[in-house]
Design a protein around this ligand. Structure first.
Ligand SMILES: CC(C)(COP(=O)(O)OP(=O)(O)OC[C@H]1O[C@@H](n2cnc3c(N)ncnc32)[C@H](O)[C@@H]1OP(=O)(O)O)[C@@H](O)C(=O)NCCC(=O)NCCS
Length: 376
């Protein structure tokens, strides 16, 4: 008999092995490469190739990867029609969840071997970017834009949103957030993807499950909530007082805290420095003051630090991206991690099936319907 171990929220539980990524107090590594090195030297495409294949690409491999991404950016026509039918008030993550499921029906890749799963992943990366931008345009009464081959993934997202070749600095910063968001071992949404893969279900189901989990405010939804929180304030003083009141009433402040990182999130440090540089370039001080007021108060009062979602919210805001796509942009990146994990699980599988500790009634006698309830 196996020994019963119970840890609420599976805290500290090793639920499987992975070669994709390691999350440690002192660092974050994708396939053995530190996140600081990747953030400084790599691009979304190179990093995605690394996470999926285990090695950085050479020039030809990268060129081919980018070619396949470009080849699949245009959505199948019926998909655009499906998006047009969805009520425009629908939450963008809910739309992306349904649309990702639907776009799977237009998957041109036959078969279920490892190479088919890899190809399907590249199509998903491409198409998820296009689903996000196409939905945004439809929602706001604009015609969807065709992709422009040759742009990077980040440039393409900005182009298909706005119809202009983006400013290189803005595209590079979006690219950085996509690198930082790409992979984080057994976080909640990746675990959902792995559990789904472990039943030998299909890749699209793994990704759709991941989107559903990421939508929650305790996970990816926090980048939108963090910015909405900052938007309530007109001044740093107001932000500081609200933070003190929220702490006193034991409320949660979005964009802070982490299950693993207890002394700060490396990704947040990397992005915050770049966000400050952007704010300085824009001459922006109001939002930084409010940002710092919440951050410093959380540090002084609780010793709880920002996770990546906190600086990401303000970074996207300064890039003038609509708040409703902050979490979908997280999907545009994390889809790489989900697929890498789903592939790892699928091709070296044992079904994930833990146990629960029962806390309900003991065995009770069945009472026939005629004897239940008192009818006058
Ligand atoms: C990320 C998160 C879900 C981790 O949850 P967890 O590992 O279960 O953390 P815990 O709830 O054990 O946190 C320990 C203590 O810190 C507090 N805490 C953690 N995050 C907090 C936050 N964002 N705001 C206020 N208090 C927080 C908890 O209330 C708890 O306090 P207590 O000991 O007095 O009960 C949690 O920090 C959170 O809800 N953060 C806000 C949402 C968010 O930013 N999510 C993105 C994650 S990358």
């Amino acid at each position: 008999m196996t020994q019963e171990i119970y840890s609420p929220g599976l805290e500290g539980v090793i639920a499987g092995e992975t070669e994709v990524c390691s999350v440690e107090q002192g660092g974050l590594f994708y396939r053995g490469y530190s996140i600081s090195d990747l953030a400084q030297h790599s691009t979304f495409e190179e990093t995605a190739y690394l996470v999926l294949h285990g090695e950085l690409p050479d020039k030809a491999q990268l060129q081919e990867f980018r070619r396949v991404l470009d080849e699949h950016r245009a959505l199948p026509k019926p998909m655009v029609e499906i998006l047009r039918q969805i009520p425009r008030t629908t939450n963008a993550m809910a739309v992306l969840r349904s649309a990702t499921s639907a776009v799977g029906h237009f998957d041109p890749v036959p078969g279920e071997d490892r190479s088919a799963w890899h190809h399907r992943t590249i199509h998903l990366i491409s198409r998820i970017g296009s689903l996000i931008t196409t939905w945004q345009r439809i929602k706001h009464g604009q015609d969807p834009l065709a992709p422009k081959p040759g742009l990077t993934h980040a440039e393409q997202i900005l182009y298909m949103l706005r119809g202009e070749i983006p400013d290189p600095e803005a595209a590079r910063l979006l690219d950085l957030t996509l690198i930082l968001y790409m992979e984080h071992e057994f976080n909640a949404s990746t675990f959902v993807a792995r559990v789904t893969a472990s039943t030998l279900s299909d890749l699209i189901s793994c990704v759709v499950g991941g989107i559903g989990a990421l939508k929650g405010p305790l996970h990816g939804g926090a980048n939108e909530e963090a910015m909405e929180m900052l938007q309530q304030f007109d001044s740093a003083d107001q932000a500081r007082q609200w933070t003190l009141d929220t702490i006193a009433s034991k409320g949660k402040i979005m964009g802070f805290g982490h299950r693993v990182y207890k002394h700060g999130d490396h990704r947040a440090h990397i992005l915050e420095a770049r966000m400050r540089a952007l704010a300085a370039r824009l001459g922006e001080t109001k939002w930084l003051g409010i940002y710092d007021a919440v951050k410093n108060t959380m540090d002084q009062e609780k010793h709880i630090f920002p996770n990546l979602d906190y600086p990401c919210g303000l970074t996207y805001y300064l890039l003038k991206l609509p708040i409703e796509i902050y979490t979908p942009l997280f999907v545009a990146s994390r889809v790489v991690g989900w697929c890498a994990h789903a592939i790892e699980q699928h091709f070296n599988n044992r079904i994930i099936r833990p146990r629960s500790r029962y806390t309900g009634y003991a065995n009770r006698p069945y009472i026939p319907l005629v004897q239940r309830g008192i009818a006058d």
